[in-house]
Design a protein around this ligand. Structure first.
Ligand SMILES: Cc1cc2nc3c(=O)[nH]c(=O)nc-3n(C[C@H](O)[C@H](O)[C@H](O)COP(=O)(O)O)c2cc1C
Length: 399
């Protein structure tokens, strides 16, 4: 089972709306999540964004003409219409909604919409009066009545600077609807999940620090998987060399204190905290305000315990807490004790001494222990897969 759009073939219909440029970002996001996207533009859409842009972003030719100058053999639009897992029309104009609701097929996109039998999602964007027009509303109701999915546009400032219903929705909402029509589970729809990731850096002086080898890959994979399962995700990250996760709110921090402050600030509105960051256990007791000069003699650095984020947050947070523990032994007893002592709901155990697991690795091998005593092993796999399995397990755990 997967929650990703990997290998899904999506036909994206782009219409002549002022929001057509937002389809470019949509294509990028879909492709980053593994989907294969082909764009069909209406003639009007080409007035807003050049087809070259979509050809470059999708790596496929863009379809525009119902009657191309050099017709291909056969009936290509019928073959094309049968080759997709889903069709998304985004932005959808009042015009295309009206056409689709009345079987009008006078250009390539409207013809394809008349033929396809895969799930279809319309993402309307238009002036609020166009949206409220009874003809548009009737078209939307007809389409919905036939099982087509039509997203309600968002309320906000429109291109004309009027405020009203008509804005193109947030990409996360669009993707979450797309996953729904593709029957991809949305275990965390409507939930807010906070993930911490990466190491912290504890300054020794203005140019040096103590840190650890955490790459942040496990936390980033969890943030991505949570987003794909429908959650609204905030990712608090220590310094890492990873690209930020699209459609997650990112907060960058450096020290354990900064990570604690960010978690305290954000946790109030969250349902689940996943603490995958490798926060320092110790930090220099007295960081020097000047660069420590080289010396031929040994020097000592006094260390003090760094803030225990879990301990502080556990007292303030009512939702589900998922802690991580990195250990160098197969015995799960220390993790069971830590789970109890820290008051977390789950602890995910991974090992630093296993090949292909723990810090820096692309793969991981974990055990998920619950405070109710359930223990589940997730076999070695890519961190993205392990992340999905962890979240799937948490969603389905009814202990
Ligand atoms: C500047 C401008 C912006 C427009 N924006 C929208 C829009 O956001 N939504 C919409 O439904 N129509 C909009 N229209 C009207 C459509 O472009 C027009 O109805 C067109 O025929 C739609 O063709 P299509 O549905 O084949 O793309 C706009 C027109 C112009 C000139």
């Amino acid at each position: 089972m997967t929650n990703s759009l990997e290998n899904k073939s999506i036909l994206l219909g782009v219409c002549g709306s002022i929001a057509a440029y937002k389809a470019c970002e949509l294509v990028r996001t879909l492709r980053k999540q593994g989907a294969d996207v082909t764009v069909a533009m209406t003639e009007a859409a080409t007035r807003f964004v050049g087809p070259v842009t979509f050809a470059a972003l999708t790596d496929h030719p863009v379809m525009i003409h119902q009657f191309p100058p050099d017709p291909e053999a056969g009936v290509p639009h019928v073959e094309i219409a049968e080759s997709f897992d889903a069709v998304m029309v985004a932005p959808a104009t009042a015009d295309i909604l009206g056409k689709a609701a009345h079987a009008v097929a006078d250009d390539l996109l409207s013809t394809l919409l008349n033929i396809v039998d895969c799930p279809v999602l319309f993402v309307p964007a238009m002036n609020f009066r166009m949206w409220e027009n009874p003809a548009t509303q009737e078209a939307v109701a007809r389409l919905r009545g036939w099982g087509r999915r039509v997203l309600d546009p968002e309320v906000g400032e429109l291109a004309t600077l009027h405020v009203g219903v008509g804005r193109f929705p947030e990409i996360n909402r669009v993707l979450s609807e797309l996953r729904e029509i593709l029957d991809i589970p949305q275990f965390y729809a409507g939930k807010r999940i906070l993930v911490t990731a990466g190491p912290t850096r504890e300054p020794l002086d203005p140019v040096r620090y103590i840190s650890n080898r955490s790459s942040g890959k496990m936390g980033y994979a969890l943030a991505e998987a949570a987003r794909d399962f429908g959650a609204e995700v905030t990712l608090i990250s220590g310094p890492v060399a990873l690209e930020s996760v699209p459609n997650c709110r990112m907060i960058g921090v450096s020290t354990a204190e900064e990570m604690l402050a960010a978690v305290e600030q954000e946790c109030g509105c969250q349902d689940i905290l996943i603490m995958a960051a490798a926060v320092a256990d110790f930090q220099p007791a007295l960081p020097s305000s000047d660069k420590i000069s080289r010396s031929d003699k040994p020097i000592s650095i006094e260390l003090k315990p760094a803030p225990d984020i879990l301990k502080v947050i556990q007292k303030k947070f009512d939702g589900t807490i998922v802690a991580f523990s990195l250990q160098g032994e197969s015995d799960l007893e220390p993790a069971r004790k830590k789970l109890q002592a820290k008051g977390a709901d789950y602890i995910v155990v991974n090992r630093y001494d296993e090949p292909e697991a723990g810090f820096e690795s692309e793969t991981n091998h974990v055990w998920v222990l619950s405070s109710a005593g359930q223990e589940v092993e997730i076999s070695p796999d890519r961190k993205s897969v392990v992340a999905r399995k962890i979240l799937e397990h948490l969603a389905q755990d009814d202990t």
